[in-house]
Design a protein. Structure first.
Length: 278
C-alpha cells in the first residue's frame, strides 16, 4: 500500500513538473517580446539573449504613438470588440434559451443546422458575404463588422449546453408563478449562467480583437482600421524597427490579457459545465 502511494506521488510530481515546464516554454516568446520592446534594434537578436535589458529603452513605447495612429487603431478595435461581444452575449444566450427550454416544431433540426455552420470554413462564403455587404451599402463601415459578428453559432452551442444543465422544474415553477419567458431568461437563466457567459466573453473578445481578415476586407479607410491592420502596416513600413514593432505588439496584447485575468476564475468552470455536457 505504501509502495503504491509513493508511486502515485512520484507520478503526480513528474506530471506537475512537465506541466510547469510546458507552461514556461509557452511563456518564453512573450517574455522575449517584452524584453525586446525595451531594447535598441541592434540588440534585439543578440546572443546570448539579454532577458533583462541593462539600459531599458522606454522611449519605444512613446514613439509608437507618433509613428502610426496607434491610438485611433486601438479606439476602433475597442469599439468593435465591445459592441460585438455584448451583442453576441445577448443573441447567443437568448437563442440558446429558446433551443434549450422551449418546445416548438423543428427545434432540434433547426439547432442542428445552425450549429453545423461551425464546420463550414469562412473562405467558402467569404465572397458572397462580401457582395451582400456591399449591396447593402455597408462596405467601409464598422457596421459591416458588427452585423457579421453579432451572431455566433458557437456561442449558441456553448450557452445551450449550459442551459441544459439547469433543471426544467425551475422554469416550470417560474411559469406557474406567472413569469413570462423573457423574465425567466433575464431574471433566472442569466444570473445562473455567469461561468458560461464569462467563457463566451473571453472567446468573443479575443477573436474580435485579433480579427485580421474581416477588417482587411471591409475597412479600407485609414480612420476605420483596427489594431491588427495597423500592426501589419507598421511592420511593412518599418520592418527593421524591431524594438518599436515589439512595443506595439505588447500594447496590442495588454487588453486581451486584462480581460482574461479578470474572467479566468470563471473560465475553467464555464468550459467544464457548458462545453462538455451532452
Amino acid at each position: 500500500m505504501q509502495v503504491h502511494s509513493n508511486k502515485q506521488k512520484a507520478t503526480m510530481t513528474l506530471l506537475y513538473t512537465l506541466l510547469v515546464l510546458c507552461s514556461l516554454a509557452m511563456l518564453v516568446p512573450f517574455i522575449w517580446m517584452i524584453s525586446s520592446s525595451l531594447k535598441l534594434d541592434k540588440d534585439v537578436f543578440t546572443f546570448p539573449i539579454e532577458w533583462i535589458p541593462s539600459n531599458p529603452r522606454w522611449e519605444n513605447y512613446e514613439e509608437i504613438w507618433t509613428t502610426i495612429p496607434l491610438g485611433q487603431f486601438l479606439k476602433n478595435t475597442a469599439k468593435l470588440t465591445i459592441i460585438v461581444t455584448l451583442l453576441q452575449l445577448l443573441t447567443s444566450s437568448f437563442a440558446a434559451y429558446a433551443f434549450a427550454k422551449l418546445q416548438f416544431k423543428g427545434r432540434d433540426i433547426l439547432f442542428l443546422g445552425y450549429v453545423a455552420t461551425i464546420a463550414m470554413p469562412w473562405q467558402v462564403y467569404m465572397v458572397p458575404q462580401f457582395m451582400m455587404i456591399r449591396s447593402f451599402g455597408l462596405n467601409n463601415t464598422h457596421l459591416a463588422i458588427i452585423c457579421l459578428q453579432a451572431f455566433s453559432a458557437f456561442g449558441v452551442f456553448l450557452m445551450k449546453q449550459f442551459y441544459m444543465s439547469v433543471p426544467d422544474e425551475l422554469c416550470e415553477a417560474a411559469r406557474i408563478d406567472g413569469m413570462s419567458e423573457y423574465r425567466i431568461w433575464a431574471q433566472i437563466m442569466l444570473p445562473l449562467s455567469k461561468p458560461a457567459l464569462s467563457t463566451l466573453t473571453i472567446f468573443t473578445f479575443v477573436n474580435t480583437w485579433n480579427d485580421f481578415l474581416g477588417p482587411l476586407l471591409y475597412l479600407t479607410r485609414m480612420e476605420l482600421k483596427t489594431i491588427q491592420i495597423g500592426l501589419r502596416m507598421f511592420i511593412s513600413q518599418y520592418s527593421s524597427e524591431y524594438g518599436l514593432i515589439m512595443a506595439a505588439s505588447v500594447v496590442a496584447l495588454i487588453p486581451v490579457v486584462i480581460v482574461f485575468l479578470a474572467l479566468q476564475k470563471f473560465f475553467v468552470q464555464g468550459v467544464a459545465t457548458a462545453g462538455l455536457k451532452g
